[in-house]
Design a protein around this ligand. Structure first.
Ligand code: ZN
Length: 250
């Protein structure tokens, strides 16, 4: 019964978790299944090659349009930890993690995961890591919040996840005794860049709203190394910005 419940949870949650069982061997960050080949690996992945609004991008801060962007209203709440090493990243199931309200739209958090270095860049510079918080509204539209992490002071909330980091690929591991307060991962300043983009992993689906927090948070050198030991480079190359407008909080 317990096994069946885990299976349901891990297949229900967006993309990354279900990708372990279904297609974890079908793409990679290097070699013959690397990012340059993604669009040709499967018909379902074609957007990776032919899309016009792909992510990640290098955000040119001087070309971003300053706007009175609506505030990010985070309604995140503590969750019992469910964590998975899915072969592409470390993934935290967060479908009980609350929601984000933006511009009178409510987006439910589904999961968050990590990339090293950060996928997004600002003025050509990538952060040491990024956390992607993946949300969905009731119309099925996706919104991803990107939170940069740079080497500095140790990150207490991250430590709870890192303590039980699965070293091997496998199914979601439940740690009901560990409560992660997702709100505590966020920086004080909620200023952000906003633009349209895609998933940064196959199938590279577009029409994803991106919210990139301007303020980074920190993690210790040791915490960074712990992740890099598992995933030294799980970041897609930068994609052309094209005709997209990038807005930034005033
Ligand atoms: Zn991501």
């Amino acid at each position: 019964m317990r096994h069946r419940k885990l299976l349901l949870v891990s297949t229900f949650i967006l993309f990354t978790s279900s990708s372990y069982a279904k297609d974890h061997a079908h793409w990679a960050y290097e070699g013959s299944m690397g990012p340059e080949k993604w669009g040709k690996l499967s018909e379902e992945f074609a957007t990776c090659a032919i899309g016009k609004q792909q992510s990640p991008i290098d955000i040119p801060s001087d070309k971003a349009v300053q706007k009175d962007l609506p505030p990010l209203q985070f309604g995140y709440q503590p969750i019992p930890l469910g964590v998975q090493n899915n072969g592409h990243t470390i993934y935290v199931a967060a479908d009980k993690g609350g929601k984000l309200t933006l511009d009178q739209q409510s987006y439910s958090l589904a999961q968050f995961h990590f990339h090293a270095p950060s996928e997004e860049a600002v003025d050509g510079k990538r952060a040491d890591m990024v956390a992607h918080f993946v949300h969905k509204n009731d119309k099925g539209e996706l919104l991803v919040v990107a939170l940069f992490l740079n080497q500095g002071a140790a990150n207490g909330e991250l430590d709870k996840i890192w303590q039980v980091l699965p070293k091997q690929e496998g199914e979601l591991q439940q740690h009901a005794e560990i409560s992660v307060d997702i709100a505590k991962l966020l920086p004080e300043s909620k200023q952000y860049y906003s633009f349209m983009g895609s998933l940064t992993t196959p199938p590279c689906t577009e029409s994803v709203k991106w919210v990139v927090l301007k303020s980074p948070v920190t993690l210790s050198a040791e915490q960074l190394k712990t992740f890099q030991t598992l995933y030294p480079h799980n970041a897609r190359p930068l994609q052309p910005v094209g005709e997209r407008e990038i807005a930034v909080s005033k």
